[in-house]
Design a protein around this ligand. Structure first.
Ligand SMILES: Nc1nc2c(ncn2[C@@H]2O[C@H](COP(=O)(O)OP(=O)(O)OP(=O)(O)O)[C@@H](O)[C@H]2O)c(=O)[nH]1
Ligand SMILES: [Mg+2]
Length: 593
């Protein structure tokens, strides 16, 4: 199936032409037929002389109903642009063209209607001129009259050629923009819309936006015929289980679960914008119209904050309209649906520069390089990567993340440093827990620590991350006791535990001897053990005393007892850094390092 939207000024003959082409009535409402004017979207379809069906979404031309018009053309990629021969280019011709250009619609046919009322030549020339410089420049033009039938066969052929040349819909997840919802007796809620990408089948579970509710497809109709499944592009009526009619309306979307994230903030490239935009605008994309707050970041970059979350992908096109002034102020391309916060001075300017360098459809490697690391599923919901795609070359894939190789190397180095520092401070338990390692090394997710340990030549096992050679291994209770002792000595370096303390800790002479051998403790004298760093600290403190100094002055400087101070001074004497002058006094022989 192909779907073509109409466009053009009010009363220029859009609905009449759709009626002539399809034999169906696009103006569904009695009021529309009474007033001879389209108010809401109309739907009709036909075969253009081949096996395929072409459906038309007929839009209103009146300025008052432009929101309906935008909901109709939003999900559609081809247009039948109608200009009346007897009136020529008008205000809504221009507004519709601006919308189509902003939405990047590039496929269309120009139908100059009512050519029985005036020579179509001038209107064609004028329209061609206006289309120049837009995505619709150079589209074929056909003069028609719905009254005499002139040109209808040519128009049909031209439309068929147009549909044949339409690119296949880009492969992607299912997303159906709802344009109507109603209730059918016996079936419940039915929504209709254009399925612009993906496939929908009976029994599928879909997510309804913006509510986020899961709904199940109970039945499907395409052009009034029951179907089991439908591929894009399709006009579809979807019967939904477990949803009341007031829970869904135009602008909502049914999407494949897991394929989109609810976007409420995004950075966009503005197309054809005025220098300054009003801060409050309406965003139109698909069939949705959502209030947005605009923050300009640079001449053609802005951050949009959406009042209602939308299921959007990077690279999509939409437009901004000023509902007060009643005109389209800019088109935009979505560049980033997970934009970074702008907190510091100059952030906005830097962001604008970064956005200016981005492509509308970035590659996975570009996105990963830009972010350093990103969850794989975040790139899927951003529309940069398809669920089934292989991980691209030049990107590290680990633990559900895609990581820039430079960042990966930096993390491995930081992990090595963190492990070394930990092991130096905790020689008895040199393994650091993955969480702590990730925190210290600035690694985004502790689940990456295993892979990074391997990268850095480290080991992750039950004992945490550590180097390959961890020296002496103590039984766990001894290690815990020694850790406790070291921790206390760390806080009070000269408060060597006494015999009772050591017994309570369960540390025997053998354990303490092994700890000395392992370089964890030093033995000052029988029963007095300190950290290897204690002598240097002891020296620093006595160096601050007036020389010579006494045992009791040293004891006070070290905040310890004579039991420790006396042998520690003898230890320092032995090292030759202090010297005894007489029974009571000593002096420093070397400046401490
Ligand atoms: N003479 C003549 N009249 C036409 C032709 N096409 C449409 N009309 C008339 O033009 C008027 C408007 O036609 P519509 O088809 O309702 O125009 P529209 O573009 O759908 O208008 P809106 O939906 O309100 O924007 C009607 O009175 C039609 O009968 C044509 O080819 N020749
Ligand atoms: Mg109409």
């Amino acid at each position: 199936m192909f779907v073509i939207a109409t466009a053009g000024h009010v009363d220029h003959g859009k609905s009449t032409l759709v009626r002539a082409l399809t034999g169906m009535e696009p103006d569904r409402w009695a009021e529309e037929r009474r007033r001879g004017m389209t108010i809401d979207l109309g739907f009709a379809w036909t075969s253009l002389g081949d096996d395929e069906t072409t459906a038309f979404v007929d839009v209103p031309g009146h300025q008052r109903f432009v929101t309906n018009m935008l909901a109709g053309v939003g999900p559609v990629t081809a247009v039948m642009f109608v200009v009346a021969a007897d009136e020529g280019w008008r205000r809504q011709s221009a507004e519709h063209l601006a919308a189509l250009h902003a939405l990047d619609v590039r496929h269309g046919v120009l139908a100059v209607t009512r050519s029985d009322l005036a020579d179509p030549g001038p209107a064609i020339a004028q329209a061609r001129e206006r289309l120049d410089g837009t995505g619709l420049a150079g589209i074929p033009a056909v003069a028609v009259s719905a009254v005499t039938g002139r040109g209808l066969a040519t128009l049909r052929d031209t439309l068929r050629d147009l549909t044949r040349a339409l690119p296949a819909p880009a492969p992607g997840p299912a997303r159906l923009w709802v344009d109507r919802s109603f209730s059918v007796r016996g079936s419940g809620t039915v929504v209709t819309g254009t399925l612009a990408s993906g496939t929908v089948a009976v029994g599928d579970e879909l997510l309804l936006y913006p509510s986020g509710r899961t709904v199940q497809v109970r039945g499907l109709q395409s052009l009034k015929a029951d179907v089991d499944r439908a591929d894009a592009v399709s006009r579809l009526a979807v019967n939904l289980r477990g949803l009341s009619t007031d829970e869904v309306r135009r602008g909502h979307a049914l999407v494949q679960p897991g394929a989109f994230a609810p976007v409420t903030s995004m950075d966009v490239r503005l197309v054809r914008a005025a220098d300054r935009l009003p801060a409050q605008l309406t965003l139109h994309l698909g069939s949705a119209a959502v209030a947005v707050r605009v923050r300009m970041l640079g001449p053609s970059a802005a951050r949009l904050t959406l009042a209602t979350p939308l299921p959007l992908h990077v690279g999509e096109r939409g437009l901004l309209r000023d509902p007060g002034a009643q005109h389209i102020v800019a088109g935009f391309a979505v560049l980033d649906t997970m934009p970074p916060g702008l907190h510091a001075r100059g952030d906005a300017r830097r962001r604008a520069t970064a956005l200016a360098g981005m492509r509308d459809r970035p590659t996975v490697a570009e996105e990963v390089a830009r972010r350093g690391a990103v969850r794989r599923e975040a790139l899927v919901t951003a529309g940069v990567l398809a669920t089934g795609d292989a991980d691209p070359d030049g990107v590290v894939a680990a633990g559900g993340w895609l990581i820039d190789p430079v960042v990966w190397k930096q993390w491995a180095m930081a992990l090595h440093r963190a492990v070394d520092e930990w092991a130096a401070a905790n020689p008895l338990s040199p393994g650091i827990a993955p969480d702590a390692a990730a925190r210290r090394a600035g690694i985004i997710d502790a689940r990456l620590v295993g892979a990074l340990a391997a990268e850095a030549g480290l080991v992750l096992d039950g004992g945490g991350v550590h180097g390959r050679d961890t020296g002496i291994r103590f039984p766990a209770p001894v290690r815990r006791a020694l850790d406790e002792m070291c921790a206390r000595l760390h806080d009070a370096p000269f408060a060597a535990p006494g015999a009772e303390d050591l017994a309570r800790l369960g540390l025997s002479r053998q354990h303490l001897a092994a700890a000395v051998t392992a370089g964890v403790l030093i033995r000052v004298t029988d029963g007095v053990y300190l950290l290897p760093s204690a002598p240097a600290e002891a020296l620093r403190r006595v160096a601050a005393l007036r020389q010579p100094f006494t045992v009791s002055q040293a004891r006070a400087a070290w905040d310890t007892s004579r039991r420790v101070a006396v042998p520690l001074l003898e230890h320092l004497d032995q090292q030759g850094v202090t010297r005894r002058l007489d029974t009571a006094r000593r002096i420093l022989t070397k400046e401490p390092r």
